[in-house]
Structures are given as C-alpha cells and as structure tokens.
Design a protein around this ligand. Structure first.
Ligand code: FPP
Length: 194
C-alpha cells in the first residue's frame, strides 16, 4: 500500500524482534499543525498523513507486526470547517479506491470500526467493497477507526442493552464487563442476563 516504493523490509538493528508488539495503534493527529509549520494549507497535512500511514503499514508488514489500528476520524472531527470535513471524506474514499489493489497484493485485511452510517453513501460503499474484497486476506490486519468516540460507544452499548436487559435499570450493579461484552457484540443469539 505504498505511493512510492519504500525499501524497508529489514528490521533496524536497534529493534529486537522478540520485543516487537503484535498490534500497533496510532491516533492521526498533528496533520494540520505540520502543514502550518511548512507554510502549507491544512489539507496538505492530511495528504502527508496518508503517506505516513502507508509507511507504517509497510513497517508492520515487513517487521511481522500483525495488526495496525489507525484512529482516523473522531466524532468530534465533524466540528471542523465543512470544507475540511468534505476534503477528508473525499480523501478517505480516494485512498480506499486507489489502494485496494495493492492491499490485495500485500495480503492486507482491512476493517473499519466506528459508526459508519453517518458517512457519505459513496464512502460507505467504498468501505464495504474494500472490507469485502480483503476479508480472506491473512496478512496484516489494518483497522481504521472512523467516526469513533467514547461517548458514542457508551450510547451504542446502552442502546444494545436497553431492550435486552430490563434488570439493568432495577439493579445496575448486576451489569458486568462480561455481560456487557456478551450483549453489545453477540457472536450468537444472546441468552445471557445482566
Ligand atoms: C487529525 O489531524 C487528522 C484527521 C482529522 C484526519 C486523518 C485522516 C486521514 C489523513 C485519512 C486517512 C485515510 C484512510 C483511508 C485511513 P489534525 O488536523 O487534528 O491535526 P492538528 O491537531 O494539527 O490540527
């Protein structure tokens, strides 16, 4: 998934293979500030951010790090100037479209987390396509958090719990991490009570 070839592959000598993490997560931040420092418009910072993300994905692949999560767009980011939000949505869509073939070649499996329903329809389609086409890839897992947020997650959990578990309202202490997990991401029909 590289714009220009990056000749990495070798692990730098000061990194010990046995100390490498299995999963790296990055919050994409500072794009705008970086651009400002260079005397460039903020959107150039986001473009550069994409290049950096590609380099990171390349590092993960070459160094055997199994998963990369990028926190790319939070619920708070909707508060950016409309022009910038529009640009970011377009950038997401374009990157996905342009990089899908290379992700297939590189055996990357892409996943999205967050509330995707609020994203533009065309972006949702591009996301669905890239997730679907890469779902059987077994190499690096690349997870993109889009329209994510702590408050949003709490709301989702409450929405998932409310219809299934009326005991929560009468005795909230009965709610445990285990029952919350079981209810909010059920692998099978939920039979557990709170
Ligand atoms: C924060 O930097 C970054 C963002 C709000 C967007 C980052 C997303 C991308 C570059 C697109 C990635 C695309 C895919 C498909 C994964 P900032 O503007 O908050 O920087 P600042 O803190 O300097 O203002």
């Amino acid at each position: 998934m590289t714009a220009k070839p990056i000749t990495l592959q070798e692990l730098p000598t000061d990194l010990r293979p046995d100390r490498l993490p299995q999963h790296v997560a990055v919050i994409m931040d500072g794009n705008g500030r970086w651009a400002k420092k260079q005397g460039l418009p903020r959107i150039m910072g986001h473009r550069r951010g994409v290049d950096t993300l590609k380099e990171l994905l390349r590092c993960c692949k070459d160094w055997g790090i199994g998963a990369l999560t990028a926190y790319a767009f939070s619920t708070e980011n909707w508060g950016r100037p409309q022009e910038e939000v529009n640009f970011l949505m377009m950038l997401f869509e374009r990157v996905l479209r342009q990089e899908l073939r290379e992700m297939m070649q590189e055996d990357v499996q892409i996943e999205f987390v967050g509330n995707l329903n609020a994203l533009p329809e065309s972006l949702q389609q591009e996301i669905a396509k890239s997730v679907d086409e890469t779902r059987h890839n077994t190499g690096t897992k690349f997870r993109v958090a889009t329209n994510y947020g702590g408050r949003q997650e709490i709301i989702h959990a409450c929405q998932a719990i409310a219809p299934k578990c009326n005991k929560v309202t009468s005795s909230p202490r009965k709610l445990t991490k285990r029952s919350l997990n079981a209810i909010s991401t059920p692998p099978e029909p939920v039979t557990q009570t709170c």
